[in-house]
Design a protein around this ligand. Structure first.
Ligand code: NAD
Length: 265
């Protein structure tokens, strides 16, 4: 996809990885709907973008993605404001092992919903031009993480859903490519949640073990994750792919054995 003048909707765009995504898209000439429940940070990030890019190229939409009604409304607002939608990045996520249902709700259910709503606004069958959806998972979607079992489950769910819906999109000729990005640790405010009882619940006792994991994996900068996003958007051959981003190997793709499980693989 050629990115100039494309319209993107990014959830969780007020800070962290989502904010880096928005910046990278603006640098490529896109218009961006910044969707987030944090109104203060959302407005502040629009103000910051306005200093560098034309103000009409962004809109901030206040939205809790865990509400079906509000998420639908956010897509509608973005579509009506910019007149079309080409790119959806379902990025908003939380780390909460204490009130773990919210983790499933935001990280998985809202990503599924964002994908379905995105398809309605982009698929060729509805008279649109197609597009690209990118769902943000994590390396925790590809391996067990002892002290974040529900976060881990939510991210495994994102990968399974994204690979499957990508196949469905291709079979139905929606004209929409759907891929996922799995970063290792990234230097964003979410990392501050790992030593808080209100986020980690019973697992807060294992904070040292999580910090050990950070030492092993290292911590990436959000700009590298944004580089991965741009690569997925620009390469029209990518559908159903799982991009991994790590300190040792940088941006690369997970390779699956695609033979049917029944054959013994
Ligand atoms: P972050 O906490 O810095 O930013 C998350 C953003 O999502 C915030 O602006 C927050 O307000 C928003 N958000 C949270 N819940 C929301 C809701 N219900 N409705 C609307 N907005 C909501 O975190 P981040 O590190 O930038 O995380 C972005 C994504 O990347 C998440 O899906 C996260 O799981 C994933 N990820 C992060 C890391 C990491 O180490 N930082 C690693 C792998 C994957």
């Amino acid at each position: 996809m050629h990115l100039k003048d494309k319209v993107a909707l990014v959830t969780g765009a007020a800070q962290g990885i989502g904010n880096a995504f928005a910046r990278a898209l603006l640098e490529k000439g896109c218009k961006v709907a910044l969707v987030d429940q944090n109104v203060e940070r959302g407005k502040a990030s629009k103000d910051a973008f306005d200093k560098q890019f034309e103000a009409q190229r962004t809109i901030f939409i206040s939205c809790d993605v865990s509400s079906e009604e509000k998420l639908k409304d956010a897509f509608k607002k973005a579509f009506e404001h910019f007149g079309k939608l080409d790119i959806v990045v379902n990025n908003a996520g939380v780390n909460n092992e204490k009130n773990w249902e919210i983790t499933v709700q935001v990280n998985l259910i809202s990503v599924i919903r964002g994908t379905y709503i995105g398809l309605e606004h982009m698929k060729t069958q509805n008279g649109h031009n197609g597009g690209v959806i990118v769902n943000v998972a994590s390396l925790a979607g590809l391996m067990p993480v002892a002290f974040q079992p529900v976060y881990c489950a939510s991210k495994h769910g994102v990968i399974g859903f994204t690979r499957s819906i990508a196949m469905a999109s291709e079979a139905a000729n929606y004209g929409v490519r759907i891929n996922t990005i799995c970063p290792a640790f990234v230097n964003t405010p979410i990392l501050q949640s790992i030593d808080k009882e209100e986020n980690m619940g019973q697992y807060v006792a294992y904070i040292d073990k999580i910090k050990d994991m950070m030492e092993v994996y290292g911590v990436l900068e959000p700009t590298l994750i944004a580089k991965g996003l741009i690569q997925i958007l620009e390469d029209d051959s990518l559908n159903g792919q799982v991009m991994k981003i790590t300190t040792k190997r940088g941006i690369h793709f997970h390779e699956y054995n695609t033979a049917p499980i029944e054959t013994g693989n």
